[in-house]
Design a protein around this ligand. Structure first.
Ligand code: FAD
Length: 437
């Protein structure tokens, strides 16, 4: 890739420039904690906002506004000197020249931090990218919400029973936290909200299937949590299928690895993540797409390049397969790296990264959640309140915390999510389907 031009960013003077790619959990935390008196900080991201991914499923199921879980990156740094944001996409890194190629030109750096996170993993079956719906960005959450609402509008006017049945069958693929949370939220919609909006639809016909490739849900959590999630979903009439992989989805027909088939027009793919790597570094810097780092979060053999969060792979004796791809890891890596880079100015020796696992939570629906907090493993209403509390605390931005709190209180008392708006962007694959012939 040839150098085109240098992106328009103010000069750094005598300061060293730290270029951060990605304003997600890791990148944002790092930028906040870096010493901006001694560094010029340049952050780039494809979007101009931070996305609170754990609550995408609530946007998709009309429980929250997209704006409540997205926060403008510039707003975080309005009063910050030596900070510059550019909305653009990093394409390639040239380590020898200390340059990142982007769609707005080349950006030179002194230190580069790659915090690009992950995207949806289709496990090599790229046709599924076109036919199913993912949940890895705010725009995808809105698309999913539209798809869900559109299915009910279309079910009312379906020409045949077969068509109506396909429209009312919802299939969630992937039994991790997102799959469990999405299935639970769909079940709550079916019970509390949708029958009021669509009294002409027989909601006994609405089926929610959760298809999971592993033998138990929430495979990353304890067996107690898996059992608790399965029990709460079964109580909500979610049909769970284990040890089955979706191998094909065409013409509204899902084919699974165990030979079974299912007809549906709503297939939601939350089965795994693939790293958003950045090409250009030597082959040894990558393993299965993730960027290999050492305990100082430094990319092996690449001077002045670091990687943090979901895209980084740090293999230690304690975590031989790397750390879990969760927000806590990204936040803690960012904090460690900020301390090390700030310490560099004072000639302090960098310290190794050591992950403190603070536990995991997943919610299934009202009053139902599971928690693994060290030796304490529990489920039910206490776990649910804890889940609500932690999410309110961690959402970025005071306005967003208040907005989420108000929506949740409203839903709690009214059994009614309030955001069932079908706002269609102009171009999308789902809108073609409803064209009247
Ligand atoms: C639906 C869902 C639910 C989740 N639930 C939980 C949960 O309950 N608890 C939990 O701990 N974790 C959860 N996670 C995982 C958690 O969100 C991630 O671990 C965390 O976001 C990782 O942070 P990160 O900084 O590495 O990447 P991200 O937060 O993903 O940020 C990456 C950023 O990089 C940007 N970017 C990517 N490529 C480029 C490029 N080439 N150029 C410019 N910008 C780029 C992206 O736009 C994005 O803003 C969930 C994830 C999803 C998708």
């Amino acid at each position: 890739m040839d150098t085109k031009y240098i992106a328009n960013i103010p000069g750094k003077g005598a300061l060293k420039r730290i270029l951060i790619i990605g304003g997600g959990f890791g990148g944002l935390q790092l930028a906040k904690k870096l010493d901006n008196k001694h560094y010029q900080i340049v952050m780039i991201d494809k979007y101009n906002y931070h996305q609170f991914q754990p609550l995408f499923y609530q946007v998709a199921t009309a429980g929250l506004e997209p704006g409540s879980i997205s926060y403008p990156l510039r707003k975080n740094f309005q009063k910050r000197k030596n900070f510059h944001f550019r909305m653009c996409e990093a394409k390639y890194v040239v380590p020898d020249q200390h340059i990142v190629r982007t769609n707005i030109g080349d950006i030179p750096y002194d230190y580069l931090v790659i915090a690009t996170g992950c995207d949806t993993n289709y496990f090599g079956n790229d046709a599924l990218r076109e036919t199913t719906f993912a949940l890895k960005s705010t725009p995808e959450s809105i698309l999913l919400r539209n798809k869900i609402l559109l299915s009910f509008e279309e079910a009312l006017t379906a020409k045949t029973e077969e068509e109506r049945k396909e429209l009312l069958t919802f299939v969630v693929v992937g039994g991790g936290a997102t799959g469990v949370e999405l299935s639970g939220a769909l079940a709550d919609l079916r019970k509390n909200t949708l029958p009021k909006d669509y009294p002409e639809i027989n909601f006994n016909q609405m089926e929610i299937h959760l298809i999971d490739g592993s033998p138990r849900l929430l495979a990353g959590m304890s067996e107690k949590a898996s059992a608790g999630a399965a029990k709460a979903l079964t109580k909500r009439n979610v049909l769970i299928k284990h040890n089955a992989f979706v191998i094909n989805y065409e013409n509204n027909l899902i084919k699974m690895s165990d030979g079974s088939e299912l007809r549906s027009r709503n297939v939601f793919w939350v089965a795994g993540v693939a790293p958003n790597g950045l090409p250009g570094m030597p082959a040894e810097a990558y393993e299965k797409g993730r960027i290999v780092i050492d305990e100082y979060l430094h990319v092996n053999d690449c001077k002045d390049i670091f990687a943090i969060g979901d895209t980084a792979l740090l293999q230690t004796d304690k975590s031989p397969k790397g750390h879990p791809q969760v927000a806590q890891v990204a936040l803690q890596m960012a904090t460690r790296l900020a301390k090390n880079l700030n310490g560099k100015i004072k000639n302090k020796r960098p310290e190794r990264f050591a992950y403190q696992d603070r536990g995991s939570l997943a919610t299934i629906g009202k009053y139902a959640a599971v928690a693994d907090l060290g030796p304490f493993k529990f489920s039910g209403i206490v776990a649910w309140w804890l889940w609500l509390f932690i999410h309110i605390l961690t959402i970025v931005g005071m306005r967003n915390k208040v907005a989420v709190f108000i929506d949740w209180v409203w839903n709690y008392f009214n059994y009614d999510v309030s955001l069932r708006l079908f706002i269609r962007p102009k171009f999308s694959k789902i809108y073609e389907e409803q064209d009247v012939e």
